[in-house]
Design a protein around this ligand. Structure first.
Ligand code: FE2
Length: 287
């Protein structure tokens, strides 16, 4: 049985107010929120970005450690933040900062194995989105951030209700329940709706909000936008074994490749086992 304790004392909110399930959500790290606001500007002041990160030595050290880890597979080691900004560019620094900030946000829940799998699924989707974007000739840094943030609603729910969400995952896996429906049953919102609400309160472009809100929707036209690329990355993560719950009839890698436009498919030269091994190695470095 799904733990329904959470629901008993709660009522569905009126429109435009926070979904009750997200009420009093632990905040994102302050430095990360301020950085996001700065980096969201059209032409951010690079020296201000460096100053802001350097003013938070613990965060700065952790950002640098992660920048140099296999997760980001950089070709050169970065020693200081100003060096990182010059060598990597602001877009890459933004990807690294968002990963660090989101990782810090979910860290308290990661001692639970099934919740750690959710975080690994987010990282796998981000890394795959980056690779798919190169094949699709789309912006790889935007794709990475979109892939990472696509399930921000799920991460928020599992941070707020780790026991209930772990229970939800166990029950959904055992009975092959649809995860989105089960989330709505328990929390009155699914992780796409929860994520859309959260994204509306953060300084990200509307394109990313569309990804978060619609990354599980079946495409209804022939365009291939960022939301479709992220849906493909999400499905590919599942097909490669990074699904948050085991599926009775799992997606096949070859089946997911058919999501790609023909020209992009011709440019995507990865063997399934090699890709799985690379993604696995990179996300395991998170610890
Ligand atoms: Fe999702």
């Amino acid at each position: 049985m799904i733990d329904t304790e959470v629901r008993r004392s709660q009522r569905k909110p009126p429109t435009n107010t926070a979904p009750w399930a997200l009420d009093k959500l632990p905040p994102f790290p302050m430095v990360a929120s301020r950085l996001m606001q700065l980096l969201a500007k059209e032409d951010p002041d690079i020296s201000e970005v460096g100053r802001m990160i350097s003013a938070e030595p613990v965060f700065a050290t952790r950002v640098l450690q992660m920048a140099n880890s296999p997760l980001f597979a950089l070709t050169a080691q970065v020693k200081t933040l100003s060096h990182a900004i010059v060598v990597l560019g602001l877009a890459r620094v933004k990807s690294i900062t968002v990963t660090r900030a989101l990782g810090d946000f979910v860290a308290p829940a990661l001692s639970v194995r099934s919740l750690r799998v959710c975080w690994q699924n987010s990282l796998a989707g981000a890394l795959l989105a980056e690779k798919l974007a190169r094949a699709c000739k789309m912006d790889a840094d935007v794709a990475y951030v979109a892939g990472l943030l696509r399930d921000i609603g799920r991460l928020a729910l599992l941070v707020k209700y780790p026991d209930s969400y772990a229970n939800l995952l166990a029950v959904s896996g055992e009975h092959a329940f649809d995860l989105l429906s089960t989330e709505r049953e328990l929390f009155d919102v699914d992780h796409c709706q929860a994520g859309e609400w959260l994204m509306g309160r953060m300084p990200f472009p509307p394109e990313l909000t569309e990804v978060v809100a619609h990354h599980h929707d079946t495409p209804t036209d022939n365009t291939f936008r960022m939301v479709h690329l992220i849906r493909t990355a999400d499905r590919m993560a599942d097909a490669l074994g990074f699904a948050v719950v085991a599926q009775a009839d799992p997606l096949q890698f070859g089946q997911v490749l058919q999501d790609l436009p023909e020209a992009a498919l011709a440019r995507f030269h990865y063997e399934e086992e090699d890709l799985k091994a690379e993604i696995d190695m990179r996300i395991q470095t998170w610890g």
